[in-house]
Design a protein around this ligand. Structure first.
Ligand code: HEC
Ligand code: HEC
Length: 337
């Protein structure tokens, strides 16, 4: 069937607190999922620059689409659409995964074709169906904006902006988009009252029925590629084939990166084709086609209740003020003429 054992280092630290009877700080429960820790920002100036770029629609041909258009940080880092809308209202082929906690993915995209966030960040700008720009145009644009030239120079110590700096800054900002302190994490850290009995039963079901075999680690996913439809084929109109498009290996047909389940309550609709509108539906399909298991209404509701405890503190973003264009800045071209 499938091979996805939890990484061994995930299970070593921590211990149960229930029977200790001691006062003192509660300690980490011995569970296959570990809490997400708050991020420590190493280079605030780099992150601040990356935040500006993330929100800057001038990095698109239309002057209208920014990273935040499709990974809206007011909505769990997603667009809540089945598939994204790109340049000239183009319909995207897949659902936009969240950027929240995306640094925890083994690789980026549903098929893992970008090895990390830095490599990923160059993609959308140059994609004709997303931002429809090019790396050359992006650099030309930034170079024409004095405020950016100055900021890049402060951060990188050179007046010559390049694509490497641009993607490095965006990736550094994305690395700060983690969501600690969910109720489930509070429970993991020993607070028995952080989740309800129903939610805890949902977690037990999540483990005992086998969801945890693929959705493991701090992010409950992001660690492996797995077949969509292990026990029963997944029916979809989507032409997307998954990991095979990267490896060319027939065994990888219809394998996708297991999505992160952190903040899953916020990132509807679900699956690479966005066809599951609700968590209830997603759980029903997962149980049936991945595990050959039909959950009762009650079991389904418990698993959904558990998954809603995974919503953590959302990054608190102060909207960046973007430096104005200059007379030399290439003008946006939202329409054809
Ligand atoms: C037009 C909508 C759109 C725009 C604009 C866009 N993205 Fe995406 N993003 C997507 C879609 C759709 C995917 C999934 C594509 C795939 O897997 O083939 C994606 C995937 C990603 C991923 C991978 C997440 C994962 O779990 O694999 C990251 C990270 C990301 N985008 C960041 C960015 C950044 C940074 C920008 C700005 C430079 C950006 N995106 C602009 C729609 C968009
Ligand atoms: C064999 C590995 C495997 C098992 C077991 C598994 N999943 Fe998944 N899960 C995946 C993969 C792969 C996807 C993405 C599939 C796609 O989009 O085509 C996914 C997607 C999801 C999604 C949608 C997330 C999103 O952002 O789109 C949810 C929710 C989910 N799984 C919950 C569960 C639950 C609950 C169980 C147990 C009943 C479970 N999964 C069992 C591999 C697995």
């Amino acid at each position: 069937m499938f091979s996805c054992t939890p990484a061994s280092d995930d299970t070593q630290q921590g211990g149960k607190t229930e029977n200790s009877g001691n006062e003192g700080p509660a300690s980490l429960r011995n569970e296959p999922i570990k809490p997400i820790e708050p991020v420590v920002v190493a280079d605030p100036a780099l992150v601040e620059l990356g935040k500006k770029l993330y929100f800057d629609p001038r990095l698109s041909m239309s002057g209208f689409i920014s990273c935040n258009s499709c990974h809206n940080l007011s909505m769990g880092g997603s667009d809540n659409l089945k598939t994204s809308i790109g340049h000239r209202w183009t319909r995207g082929p897949v659902n936009a995964p969240t950027v929240l906690n995306s640094s925890m993915n083994i690789a980026q995209f549903w098929d893992g074709r970008a090895k990390d966030l830095k490599e990923q960040a160059g993609g959308p700008m140059a994609n004709p169906d997303e931002m429809a720009f090019s790396h050359e145009l992006a650099i030309q644009l930034l170079q024409s904006i004095p405020g950016y030239v100055e900021e890049f120079s402060t951060v990188f110590g050179t007046d010559q902006i390049d694509i490497d700096q641009l993607t490095q800054a965006i990736a550094a900002f994305e690395e700060t988009l983690v969501t600690p302190n969910s109720r489930f994490d509070q429970w993991l850290k020993g607070d028995d009252t952080a989740i309800t009995a129903e939610e805890l039963e949902g977690y037990e079901l999540f483990k005992s029925s086998g969801c945890i075999a693929c959705h493991y680690g701090s992010a409950l996913g992001g660690n492996s590629y797995q077949k969509m439809g292990v026990v029963e084929p997944y029916k979809t109109d989507s032409q997307v084939e998954g990991r095979i498009s990267v490896t060319g290996n027939e065994a990888d047909r219809f394998k996708f990166k297991v999505p992160i389940l952190r903040n899953v309550e916020l990132t509807y609709p679900y699956f690479h084709d966005g066809e599951a509108a609700t968590l209830k539906e997603a759980v029903e399909i997962m149980g049936r086609i991945q595990l050959g298991r039909v959950f009762s209404e009650d079991e389904n509701a418990k698993i959904v209740a558990f998954m809603k405890t995974l919503t953590g503190d959302q990054p608190r973003i102060e909207l960046p003020l973007l430096p104005p264009s200059s007379d030399d800045t290439p003008r946006p071209a939202p329409f054809d003429e």
